[in-house]
Design a protein. Structure first.
Length: 120
């Protein structure tokens, strides 16, 4: 396998036939390979040795996300490992036209802020 082919495969940018395309079915979320707590933030990386299958969010995910308002960091990390990360950009904001799809560092306080805002 060529290095480019490996990167495309690991980043989820190829389909099951090996062509460039999206291998994530509609309605599913690509899960990062690693999600860790790091100095007050969730650090995640899409590419890694522990590649994970895309998941389909369940109907109560918003309710569970809103409960993170007062959650402790280990509980927020546990939620991220089960349901996925926010996918924030380098400024801890929801990305615009060019989202970062490879890695991220998401402050725990930003998770709480977004949980609070989602209740309105």
């Amino acid at each position: 396998m060529t290095p480019l082919k490996w990167i495309m495969q690991e980043a989820g940018l190829d389909n099951p036939h090996g062509d460039i395309g999206n291998r994530i079915p509609p309605g599913y979320i690509q899960m990062p390979a690693t999600i860790e707590f790091d100095n007050g933030a969730i650090r995640w990386q899409l590419i890694g040795h522990e590649a994970r299958e895309p998941i389909r969010p369940h109907d109560l995910i918003l309710h569970h996300f809103q409960a993170l308002l007062d959650a402790k960091p280990p509980d927020i990390v546990k939620f991220a490992r089960k349901h996925g990360v926010l996918g924030l950009n380098e400024n801890a904001e929801i990305p615009g036209f060019y989202p970062n799809l490879v890695c991220g560092l998401e402050p725990i306080e930003k998770w709480r802020t977004l949980a609070r805002l989602s209740q309105n």
